[in-house]
Design a protein around this ligand. Sequence first.
Ligand code: BES
Ligand code: MN
Ligand code: ZN
Length: 493
Amino acid sequence: MNYHFEPSANAATLHTDCIIVGVYRQGKLSAAAAQLDAASAGALQNHLDIGDFSGDKNRTSMLYKLPGVTAQRVLLVGMGEKDKLTLEALAQITQTAVNVLKSSKAGNAIAFLTDEIVSEHLQDAVRQSVVAVADALYAFDTYKSKKDDRPELEAWTLAHTIAGDFSTAIRQGAAIAEGMRVSRDLANSPGNVCTPTYLAETAQELANSSNKVDIDVLEESDMEALGMGSFLSVSKGSIQDGKMVILQYHGGNVGDAPLALVGKGITFDTGGISLKPGNAMDEMKFDMTGAASVIGALTACVAMQLPLNVIGVIAAAENMPGGKASKPGDIVTSMSGKTIEILNTDAEGRLVLCDALTYVERFNPAAVIDIATLTGACITALGHHTSGLLSNNDALAEEVLAAGKQACDEAWRLPMGEKYQEQLKSNFADMGNIGGPPAGAITAACFLARFTENYPWAHLDIAGTAWKSGAAKGATGRPVPLLCQILINRAGV
Ligand code: BES
Ligand code: MN
Ligand code: ZN
């Protein structure tokens, strides 16, 4: 898919398979729709006067061969109330338009939808619009013997009736979309394919693709030497070798403190000896989405050539109840030296992450953000719309929340504090790995907080947002847009 930008355009005279213009409630025309109406001597208004198409949000009507209009197809898209046109609504409307085009023979389109956004939000709108188009076109049919043979949309142009340069936002949007695709493909891949080794190989390919990216893969023997007893207590239950992958993107000045992204990469979570119930267990192949989002964000970072330094760490293991698996009550020593009583082997994410979080200290990071499908409790707290955010640093937390709003990939901050820390008390070790049923998302973060005292740290619990269940089961690509927005903002481009 190619994305283009066309400023100062007249919708009536453009050459394309389909012109897409908005109409507001009660038939109020957008600027581009008014251009078409004028060029067609009122033919567009005549169509509206019939009354079948109202301009209500997400309603559509396809018109063919409008007189005076160059393009064969004009897709009218309902924009709803003009004063309620948020960036989120715009993304949804854009996807509605893409879905209509998917069932047409149009191979390219020119959309005037972002034209309607007030100028202060235009860069965000354009960036997000590209992401929305790619999101609606995404399909994962690697393992279907019959592929979708519908004609593909090959080019999408965002056009404005007014002047302005949005080529950077378009490029950023395309890069974020590519990062999301990489992340979704990894997460959608089955657990028998996407193993810790596969994640490491994918990271290696990213490193090979850019001279700005270095990679280091820690094998289990390396982790043994580093004293990562907590990570290894998870990986040893599986015949798949655990891997800790460290990607370094050098886009900034030598010596500039990097931002570190640390992803949970449990390529399948059976729960281990604390075995999960069978219902929907297939979805635990998505338990590596944190790691996939780190690879996705770095892919986008490379595509944008952002001028900053970023470290990506992937803590990859399979959580299985093998003969060497940890048992409830086992005590292990983490790389930090702190001892952990494993009261539940299904709380494995924090066990692999804590050693990764200790390891990143050596890079003197400006900030560390970990991304993890960490707790079912986070889904109970926030549902599937917002990711959980927990942090030891107010400024960093505000930065993440603001980037989430900007990218339509929102997070919501949950509290942490000493009172919650008490729930992790163990009679036999420095801490237990679970804190009892109340506030499960918070006590999981409290566990991680014990390993992140030396730098500003934020934790994103993406258990509810990383994938969809049910008929539309599949990875969402979140929180790649949020992570990329943080990188873009930090790079100041
Ligand atoms: N990967 C799961 C969390 C999860 C569960 C994400 C369901 C999305 C959907 C994690 O490893 C886990 O099993 N967490 C336990 C923690 C508990 C044992 C303290 C949970 O949430 O039940
Ligand atoms: Mn688990
Ligand atoms: Zn898990």
